[in-house]
Design a protein around this ligand. Structure first.
Ligand code: 13P
Length: 233
């Protein structure tokens, strides 16, 4: 089981130092991946928690002000990197081509991409979720060999569920994850979108989920502890 913590653009430096200490009290058999603000990537003390980034440049090192390259992430012991999050697709207008380039560069540096896909509310209402997701996957994987494709962790994050407290039914999640696994049977698939310590009792009945990509809850170590306990019992 993989639990990836996406802190997004949260926590000041003093807050992050306290937060990091609190995280060390978590006990879990799952692989915990912490994706903090990139400002703190060099601050993580060695521990059982693996390091993830929230973004990477679509270029190699060079004259790209403000960017962080895959080789730089590797040199900071980053093992995973979120790619194609819906917030970046919407706010930074990240394109399928850029996402595909980022994945290729990450794999070259042996960093595992966590590729986010998911439909918005309108596409869900039109029952077009599978078309949207399959297109996003096809575009993101287009530069990869079969061997490379298998390494990508896929995160199903319905956009209408992110930060809203609304989660799909188990049947809706199963429909999507099973469709993804039909095309990409060897890839691990996570669920993300308002997963929390209250709905985990229901979510954990979905056997095809290989883990969770967690936003808001990642900032609350006490509640995260309850989430992990419920998940594992
Ligand atoms: P929330 O858990 O806050 O809904 O965020 C999910 C997410 O976007 C993780 O990448």
């Amino acid at each position: 089981m993989i639990i990836a913590l996406n802190n997004k653009c949260n926590l000041t430096k003093p807050e992050f130092i306290t937060y990091q200490k609190e995280l060390t009290h978590l006990s879990t058999t799952a692989t915990l991946i912490l994706c903090p603000s990139s400002l703190y990537l060099g601050e993580i003390a060695p521990s059982s928690i693996k390091l993830g980034a929230q973004n990477v440049s679509s270029t190699e090192c060079g004259a790209y002000t403000g960017e962080i390259s895959a080789s730089q992430l590797k040199s900071a012991s980053v093992k995973y990197c979120i790619v194609g999050h819906s917030e970046r697709r919407a706010n930074q207008h990240e394109t399928d081509d850029e996402i595909a380039k980022k994945i290729k560069l990450l794999l070259k540096e042996e960093i595992i991409p966590i590729l986010c896909v998911g439909e918005d509310k309108t596409k869900r209402q039109e029952n077009l979720q599978l078309q949207v997701i399959m297109e996003e996957l096809k575009m993101a994987m287009k530069n990869l060999s079969m061997e490379e494709q298998k390494k990508v962790i896929i995160a199903y994050e319905p956009i209408w569920s992110i930060g809203t407290g609304i989660i799909p039914t188990n049947n809706q999640i199963e429909e999507v994850i099973n469709a993804i696994k039909k095309l990409y049977p060897e890839n691990q698939v996570l669920y993300g979108g308002s997963a929390n310590e209250e709905n985990i009792d229901e979510l954990k009945n979905i056997s095809c989920i290989d883990g969770y990509l967690i936003g808001g809850l990642s900032l609350k170590p006490e509640k995260l502890k309850i989430f992990l306990e419920k998940l594992e019992n």
